[in-house]
Design a protein around this ligand. Structure first.
Ligand code: TTP
Ligand code: MG
Length: 400
């Protein structure tokens, strides 16, 4: 049986969701990331209409506003994006049990065994695209290829609202005309070094004598060449375990008020923990991130004795880290928290504090259930409640 891997990526995801929710935004240059007055934030994404003006993800909102002054700027609503993502995930699950959500808006599906049922690659792609559109009204791009690498490059090349299939044996041919920057793993530095060797396209790279690649990149030369030839054996990992979960925010004005900063940090930690528990995970490492007014960015981290999903444990770790953040006598531009070193939530409770922990786990379970019904904001710690009921933070950006 031939191995067939599908990659799906939603088009201008956050922006498309907003355009479906408010049809007045359809066909307009839409920039998700923040209101024009939050000029300190960054662009999460832009509709294809806004991309024509050069606006793209991770660009500062100020720059986006300069390039596209008539654009519509909105902050975005993460809950709606998650909801749409879940719907897409469920549709993919009807095609094959082997689905890997690689991010909120993209997934790999092992479709080798689904060929007969859906009428081959074309039938599978048609089913997914039409079902996604029927249930969410969102456009997406699908590629089906012999491996993950070629499928991923394929969907990127076929955007927006596209479909491409790459037959077994034509991987290298398909990649050949694409610019080298489209090759996964070829970052700006590698691309620069390759250009010095006269490499412009992926095909140029595949054709380069291996001796020249080894001279320039060492043993990494082998991997680069294999990638350029479209060779990859990595499997669809059905259980996607994220490496870290975190939230951060840029303040509207640089701040010295550590009391306020601490409250915001509590709020961000609560949001991260809510997401962590939703994944059914526990984290053992807590990282505090501080960006100062001069843009210097510091992280301070602590590894806990036990993995945890409890707010109180993470708050305690943050309180130990905060004095280190305060050491620099400078205003703070951005604050963030990140949880990492995950394990599945099935720890052995230490005997002496087991009962207390179990009690907190039960409390948080009810808290999360209520939040699931009435929204995250309704139940928070008194520290973060001091910020008021309706917390407005900049940019609902994902850290990548
Ligand atoms: P992408 O799939 O990279 O981008 P996209 O879906 O907006 O556009 P494309 O049609 O090119 O696929 O990312 C998915 C979402 O993740 C995006 O809509 C917003 C969010 N995101 C960020 O918040 N910050 C970022 O830097 C990037 C790249 C994405
Ligand atoms: Mg996308």
């Amino acid at each position: 049986m031939q191995r067939r891997i599908l990659h799906i990526d939603m088009d201008a995801f956050f922006a498309s969701v907003e355009q479906v929710r408010d049809p007045r935004l359809a066909g307009k240059p839409l920039i998700v990331g923040g209101a024009p007055e939050d000029r300190r934030g960054v662009v999460s994404t832009a509709s294809y209409e806004a991309r024509k003006y050069g606006v793209h993800s991770a660009m500062s909102l100020t720059e986006a506003h300069r390039l596209c002054p008539h654009g519509i700027f909105i902050r975005g609503n993460f809950e709606f994006y998650r909801e749409a993502s879940k719907k897409v995930h469920a549709i993919l699950g009807r095609v094959s049990p082997l689905v890997q959500m690689a991010s909120i808006d993209e997934a790999y599906v092992e479709v080798s065994g689904s060929q007969r049922l859906f009428g081959g690659d074309d039938g599978i792609a048609a089913f997914i695209k039409s079902e996604v559109f029927r249930q969410t009204s969102l456009p997406c791009t699908v590629a089906i290829a012999p491996n993950k690498l070629v499928a991923k490059v394929g969907s990127d090349a076929a955007k927006p609202d596209g479909y491409v299939r790459v037959a077994e044996g034509s991987e290298a041919l398909f990649l050949a005309p694409l610019p080298i920057a489209k090759l996964p793993g070829a970052g700006p530095k590698t691309c620069e070094a390759l250009e010095l060797l006269g490499v412009r396209t992926i095909g140029d790279l595949a054709a380069l004598p291996i001796s020249r690649l080894l001279a320039a990149f060492g043993p990494m030369g082998y991997a680069l060449r294999r990638t350029a030839q479209g060779v990859s054996t990595s499997a669809v990992e059905t259980e996607h375990i994220p490496k870290s979960i975190g939230r951060e925010t840029t303040f509207p004005k640089d701040l010295l008020d550590w009391k306020h900063i601490e409250r915001v940090l509590h709020y961000l930690a609560e949001k991260s923990l809510y997401a962590l528990r939703e994944e059914g995970m526990e984290a053992q490492r807590v990282t505090l991130k501080v960006r100062y007014a001069d843009f210097s960015t510091y992280t301070f981290a602590r590894t806990l004795e036990q993995p945890t999903a409890l707010d109180s444990d993470v708050f305690a770790a943050l309180h130990e880290l905060l004095p280190r953040g305060r050491e620099r006598p400078m205003r703070v531009r951005l604050i963030g928290v990140s949880l990492s070193q995950f394990t599945h939530n099935q720890h052995q409770l230490p005997l002496f504090c087991g009962q207390l922990t179990a009690k907190w786990e039960r409390v948080l379970e009810s808290v999360d259930r209520v939040r699931g019904k009435h929204g995250f904001e309704c139940l928070r710690s008194c520290q973060s409640m001091a910020l008021g009921r309706d917390v407005k933070l900049a940019t609902p950006a994902l850290s990548r």
